[in-house]
Design a protein around this ligand. Sequence first.
Ligand code: NDP
Ligand code: 2IT
Length: 447
Amino acid sequence: MHKYIRDILADVKAKNAGQPEFLQAVEEVLVSLEPVIKANPKYEQNAILERMVEPERIVMFRVPWTDDAGKVHVNRGYRIQFNGAIGPYKGGLRFDSTVNLSVLKFLAFEQVFKNSLTTLPLGGGKGGSDFNPKGRSDAEVMRFCQSFMTELFRHIGADTDVPAGDMNVGGREIGYLFGQYKRLTNQFTGVLTGKGLSFGGSLIRPEATGYGDVYFAENMLATRKETLEGKVCSISGSGNVAQYAAEKLVQLGAKPVTFSDRTGWIYVKDGMNQAFIDEVKNLKQVKRGDLATFAKNRKGVEFHANGRPWVVPVDCAFPCARQNELDGKDAATLLKNGCKLVGEGANMPSTLEAIDAFVKAKILYSPGKASNAGGVATSGLEMSQNSERLSWSAEEVDAKLKGIMKAIHDNAYEAAAKYGKKGNYVVGANIAGFVKVADAMLAHGLV
Ligand code: NDP
Ligand code: 2IT
């Protein structure tokens, strides 16, 4: 390993002990930057890596709120403004009991490279809270969101930092957050994306991450003169990204056979159709229910309380739930069963060991920061529409999304080929994302 990279990694480990997710994300990126660091001494001379692994700013705050019984709760809120070299900070908010500084720092770090890949002028950020909306009433979620925004509003803005949704933050939460921002500032601006259509949201934003993930897979398959037609596909998760990945797969003639959630996973041997996916959308978006209950007495649907969907033999796998949900053992099972493509919809769903196995096996493997970038890219399109006070048709947005996913694919493919790693999308995505941000930082001087 190049000495500069080795030294920075050691330094990051020493300074961020106790942040395993963040260290994992940094290691994955830094190790793959070796060829570009070697070829360009200017990055080391200007301490670009030292600056890139240090967030520009982290805000942590108290979020007090009352439940429906009048009991007071206190959660912790965060916003990490990681790198603003190429645009306003941009990235989602995650509400989940598993949220901590390590998880949000890994997500914000990944977001910097992802947003650079989108071809749009977006810096990287992430935020959220250890609050879990599951099992809470709408009124409780509203009071939490209002309290959260009462601190967050002073740190964000349409040209400063533009949050959006992530795990457990969807249209309902964005609506409450937007309402409180508007009330506090008396301004109607594009300060959040993923908004409702009646107040500045973009058509196709809810679909964009899942659709984009599948468009990216199509582009990868095209390099081997293949298509998705007839391919059996497993999907993990059953939330926003998973639902629309399944929908696009069905539209393109593939056969999605699994979904998962916190209660377990389902296997639909004959493949899902649109009506089935609509039922899952209703289950998750409206009823806020679980797959265990949903699968009960349902013909053609097997429910498994234990294990993961990766045991099912498939042509393609789409991890769309959470970080580290696919480990070395799962990767070996997928490969043994003939899986030819893994297209990450979630952020960092594969462990370093799993990534290594996919790269070694030379299957088509796309890291989340490339293949799930369609969500934030469409958030960028929402920001453009808000700025020009116009809204584009679904066809227009979808066409732009498709074009962006192809551009991300081609840029990553070419960057890998340029450095002798043809077909390695990990190296390609990291290098293509890195160079644009690094060069902007050099141009800005030491800031
Ligand atoms: P949702 O909250 O809509 O869905 C998350 C899904 O993952 C749910 O089905 C959830 O189960 C499941 N899940 C979460 N934690 C666990 C766990 N510990 N064990 C088993 N299942 C779990 O989130 P999104 O679909 O928005 O996000 C999914 C992933 O995609 C995340 O990694 C996110 O960062 C990433 N992503 C999202 C983007 C977006 O635009 N939304 C953009 C790019 C990446 P349950 O239903 O039981 O809660
Ligand atoms: O991880 C992600 O890219 C997101 N959660 C979407 C961020 C956004 O600003 O749309």
